[in-house]
Design a protein around this ligand. Sequence first.
Ligand code: NAP
Length: 308
Amino acid sequence: MEFRPFPKTGWRVSTLGLGCWPLGGQYGPISERESAATVRAALNLGINFFDTADAYGLEPGTSERILGEALRSVRGEVLIATKVGNWARRLGHPLPFTHPLHIVNCCHASLYRLRTDTIDLYQCHIGDLADPDIFLEAFAQLRKAGKIRAAGISTDDPGVLARFSRDGHCVSCQLDYSLLNRAAEAELLPACAAAGIGTLIRGPLAQGLLSGNYDASTRFTDSVRLKWNEGSGRQRYQSLLAARKRLQDAFPGYDLLDLALHYAAGHPAATVVIPGAKSPAQIRRLAAALAQTPPPDFRARVRQAVAG
Ligand SMILES: NC(=O)c1ccc[n+]([C@@H]2O[C@H](COP(=O)([O-])OP(=O)(O)OC[C@H]3O[C@@H](n4cnc5c(N)ncnc54)[C@H](OP(=O)(O)O)[C@@H]3O)[C@@H](O)[C@H]2O)c1
């Protein structure tokens, strides 16, 4: 496993982290036993960075709870990143976040579920946050109290990142970036590099689409990808499939999953890539991808194959 420095923190993180959204069933059924085995497999590969959120799980909180239990015996050797801001939003009951205490209270709940005294990286989960004051105040209080070690935000909007990082304490930006979504190359990734802000690269497989397991006949049953079954979501899905085909045609003989991991991890501003995995076999396959050598002129050929 390759390790990289995480800006502003002194941490060394595995280039491959584990995205823990699937733990808790939103990406389709997964038993607690399989979830725990996936975390253990990640640890055995040398992965030391785990990304979750209080909102993850068909029952919110499930991902944090399973992760906390699975990491209990190795807590001092790993870094846990979690998020606040979307608790119960999916169920139609978002919290107002009109006072720092709302965030402090969510943090205490996450600490309990994660079975830890401190969260390494606490991220604001509201990607379109208009006014960061309440979050910045709460994160400052939580840092002072030792409840969190560092703070960041998950957003694809450079303006939101600029506002959120104005107090100088933002160490990370989590952003969507893949062979099929290169939008962050224009502004967001360069902004992170310029400000010395670490990046958590989410969606490197375009929500599983780059695995090659899905085609024009697929109907999704999990709660994350139901949006791809109908209407404009289906059109979006079909255009992503067409882009995937152009990529495959540009790289005959290569497995796009290998290229997807290399593309995400290979951007100069990338710190840690956090694909979701639902089984030990999946996380082992993702680690093996980064052990491959990408083709020559890889990034330029990707840009030719898929514009934008
Ligand atoms: N707003 C936010 O902050 C936000 C939003 C999204 C994600 N995230 C974070 O980023 C992480 C990853 O992003 P993502 O879940 O959107 O997308 P992703 O990593 O691009 O795709 C994950 C999915 O790909 C499939 N997959 C993984 N490994 C595979 C393998 N070896 N072979 C075949 N298929 C494989 C699995 O689903 P199937 O097997 O069912 O296809 C898995 O659930 C999440 O877990 C979460 O931690 C954060």
